[in-house]
Design a protein around this ligand. Structure first.
Ligand SMILES: CSC[C@H]1O[C@H](OP(=O)(O)O)[C@H](O)[C@@H]1O
Length: 359
């Protein structure tokens, strides 16, 4: 077994982030001592993946709160709210980012009592600052436990000998550990099932080629790298038994936003009668959205399409379109695997049932 991949960690009032921009060529940790560094790391994909950016934002907010000026209760509250607003603007699609910020706001509200006098402000804010650190660390631990439960739930869908196609990276690197889609793969492996994975390279920034292939190799899980345009050919050859991917935001009707290219895979899987599975924690589900039409789709810098790891591959001046996600309608999704159980179409009722059973 490889050493556990440490995607992110809180250590001695600093946030340690495995720098995913340089994997697999280099295994480098970015040590953030200021919240601005965590914020920048979310924006530039140093840390990425819906659950991972949620936990990273929580740790970034806790880090920022340690340095908030507090000459008065109002100043401290305003500073905290501004911190949360900055992280909420980092990336628009992953529901987990906003879910994590809401958790941190709840922790603040639960622990902060406006000081009666200037003299007591220090004591008041010290308590809140520590509570936020504890909450961020708790979210990281909870995420790993949730992913393990997703793995246990989902592995029953994976037969012995299964050939699984995955897209992007929904592994330990996209979470606080263990992974969602790759968590199901780990659980199936641990249940003694012989599986093999086909990993889409996932343009433009190659999370599949650089991250999923590397992550599975660390644990000797058989993985074959393919380019994104090969998936249909393998399905036609009868070499894929199921598609298994993560998610960034799931609407109440099961419509799911995930890395660009996921929708194409879902349509191809449907055309070939291949099961198409989403693995995601309940914190990815946005019950306020009735359908995927309302999910904000992030558009990212042209440079991600124009170059690969800094090497230009397109002519200067060419127009670029770079949506980071697409939305797969629930009718193309065979099952949504969560820590509370497996939902199937029609998703409104199934997902509501999972939430009610969890609470
Ligand atoms: C377990 S969620 C992983 C999810 O996030 C990825 O997007 P990005 O790498 O841009 O953060 C991708 O959509 C994955 O499926």
């Amino acid at each position: 077994m490889s050493a556990r991949i440490s995607t992110l960690a809180w250590q001695k009032n600093a946030v340690h982030l495995l720098d995913q921009k340089v994997l697999p060529a280099e295994v480098r940790t970015l040590i953030c001592t200021r919240y601005e560094e965590v914020l920048a790391a979310i924006k530039d994909l140093t840390v990425r993946g819906a659950p991972a950016i949620g936990v990273a934002a929580a740790m970034g907010i806790a880090l920022g709160a340690l340095a908030l000026p507090a000459d008065s209760s109002e100043e401290f509250q305003k500073g905290f709210d501004a911190l949360c607003d900055q992280f909420a603007a980092a990336r628009p699609t992953a529901r987990n980012l906003f879910w994590a910020i809401e958790r941190m706001k709840g922790c603040f509200a639960e622990n902060f009592r406006p000081a009666e006098s200037v003299g007591s402000i220090a004591g008041e804010t010290a308590k809140v600052r520590q509570a936020l650190v504890v909450e961020a660390q708790r979210m990281a631990e909870e995420d790993v436990a949730i992913n393990r439960r997703i793995g246990q739930q989902g592995q029953i869908l994976i037969r012995d000998g299964a050939r699984i196609l995955t897209h992007c990276n929904a592994g330990a690197l996209a979470t606080a550990g263990y992974g969602t889609a790759l968590g199901v793969i780990r659980a199936a492996r641990d249940a003694g099932k012989q599986i093999q994975v086909f990993a889409d390279e996932t343009r433009p920034v190659l999370q599949g080629a650089r991250l999923t292939a590397w992550e599975l190799q660390q644990e000797n899980i058989p993985v074959t790298l393919i380019t994104d345009n090969m998936a249909g050919f393998l399905m036609k050859q009868g070499r894929i038994d199921c598609v298994l991917v993560g998610a960034d935001r799931i609407a109440a009707n099961g419509d799911t936003a995930n890395k660009i290219g996921t929708y194409s895979l879902a349509v191809l899987a449907s055309a070939h009668q291949i099961p198409f599975y989403i693995a995601a924690p309940l914190s990815t589900i946005d019950r306020q959205l009735s359908s995927g039409a309302e999910i904000p789709i992030e558009e990212r810098p042209d440079e991600e399409v124009l170059a690969i790891q800094g090497v230009r591959i397109a002519p200067v001046g060419v127009a670029v379109y770079n949506p980071a996600f697409d939305v797969t309608p629930g009718c193309y999704i065979s099952a949504i695997i969560t820590e509370a159980g497996i939902a199937q179409f029609p998703y409104e009722s199934f997902l509501e049932k999972l939430f009610s059973e969890k609470s």
